[in-house]
Design a protein around this ligand. Sequence first.
Ligand SMILES: Nc1ncnc2c1ncn2[C@@H]1O[C@H](COP(=O)(O)OP(=O)(O)OP(=O)(O)O)[C@@H](O)[C@H]1O
Length: 628
Amino acid sequence: MTSRAGKPDTPADIELRSILDTDTSTGFVMVSGAGSGKTTSIVKALDHLRKTRGPYLRQCAKKIACITYTEVAVSEIWGDVGNDPLFHVSTIHSFLWTAIKPFQVDIASWVGRRLDQKIVDTEEKVAAFTNRTHGKTRVQAAADIERYRAQKLEIASVDRFTYGVGSDYPKGILGHDDVIRLSTELIRSQPLIARVVGQKFPFVFVDESQDTAPDVVEALKAVSEALGPKFCLGFIGDPMQKIYTTGAGAIEPLPGWKSIEKPENFRCPVAVLNVINNIRLGGDGLTQTGGKTEFVGEDRKPVQGTAKLLVVPKDDRSGRLSAARQWLANQHADPLWLSNEPEADVKVLVIAHRMAASRLGFGGLYEAFHDKTSEGLKAGFDDGSHWSVQPFLKFLMPIVLANGANEQFEMMNLLRRFAPSLQREYARANALPTILKELDGRVKTLTEAFGANSTVAAFEALGHLRDGKMFRLDDRLLTAMAEHNATVPPTDSGDTAALQKLLHTPMKELWGYRTYIEEQSPFQTHQGVKGAEFSRVLTILDDEEGRHNQFSYGKLFGITPPSDTDESNRREGNETTFDRTRRLLYVCCSRAGKDLAVIFFADDPAAAHAAIADLGLFPPEDVHILAP
Ligand SMILES: Nc1ncnc2c1ncn2[C@@H]1O[C@H](COP(=O)(O)OP(=O)(O)OP(=O)(O)O)[C@@H](O)[C@H]1O
């Protein structure tokens, strides 16, 4: 076990151990705020169970399951428990599949029922078609029904179903969504299956329980109901940190379960802790105590930290952001606020990557690749692996940079690796010195014409690579180039349009995109930051650029009036924009281990300043207007 298990006990840890030691315990719910050390509590509980129950569980080939949200969290906890096979540490999908995969006959009949359902659903859709229904839609629906029928026959010869990326029933592959649907349905409808799952895993802990789907929560509760005290189920989470609309939020304990509170916060300094407690006051009111401490001489003392809210006008957003960082650097005499280097530990939190894209100057390109495009195209663009952007990221930009820095060796490496004109078949037939001279001239042109400030279209740059035999372009890219109309940019959306828009994109946008892909940027999304911790956190609140109507900081701060829908949601007790926005703000602000700054882009800075200072989330003296 690593240092997590060795951290000092909190009262919650002691209470949890006593629950685990009692043979009549059936379950518990631990609710605790940000930075309270939930993962530490889980690791300590696992360590305790290993000591008290390990030998018996091993003898009976039983395991203790710990389910968490991301692969990163899985590997962290795995490391903490020393990769001991007594524990099954995994994401929910992989846990449910491990639990359910022995029931192959039930799985096969579920897949058959699923196909029947798809046929019925499509037939109902067809029945609702009108005269105005498009011919293409009719043909598609008929083809779907045929395909489902054929698949029903094909699955009869599947020997064994496995878990894969996307469902392909005739090949016996079940994707993520099907694994969740199938396992939760089987566990809930067949008590025998529920009992077998619980007997194999007599202890199940679910971390980040607020973002676990309600069906999964119900399925695990069904195991608890089937086995009583022979099974102990624990949900550990924070309803205030629910990020996904599909999450269960607060978990209702079953009768007999214990509720554990863990009020400490070990991460945030005093100034930040006060702010996050204030944010929470308008939500569930949970108040955290303690805060980060450090040794001063022999004694542990609270860290004061800083928390400021800066109201800025909504004009030149990038300029305003730079000015705010400069202001923070001056105020705190801390030049690291200006640094984008990882060591500076500055994180700028934006509501969507769209916003990072527009800050880094590739907003148009981002929209093209995200506007009604396929998931594959979006994902390939987001991580830089798509074939259409590879010529830029892998070759053009590195060689321009190498040329600028006069790194001859690196330039030669890139050319040897990628340039078709240096491949053996071509180079043998031609004089090498001539080829090298030509390539040298072409690299110079690339540097001059397509550098970081170039407004020349990407189409021209690709043409230069193709004609100079510098990089082998994907056939699909060559086709798009052949169909390209340089004078008329496409107005529609989708994958084909995205490629055409890419060809129209000025090179400087692609350079901004490179900065993002190379993670030279300190930007991260509000949603993606869960579980993380940074010294300096700068949270940007900008309703316009977020384009999420689920969130509105203007409404939360009482600047934008609530809509009719907000009012009716509030009256009916539904989740509101206010609840969602408050939670997002809580998650972002609670990441700060030292200094927090929140920037609010306002239409009317003076009015916004007055409203925010009045709210009392931040001390009034820490709410500033940064205007010219
Ligand atoms: N019992 C403890 N004593 C001292 N420090 C602790 C203890 N438990 C956790 N910590 C420290 O508190 C910080 C927050 O811990 P952790 O990230 O596990 O909290 P969390 O509850 O999972 O946070 P969040 O919900 O915000 O993601 C870490 O730096 C961790 O080392």
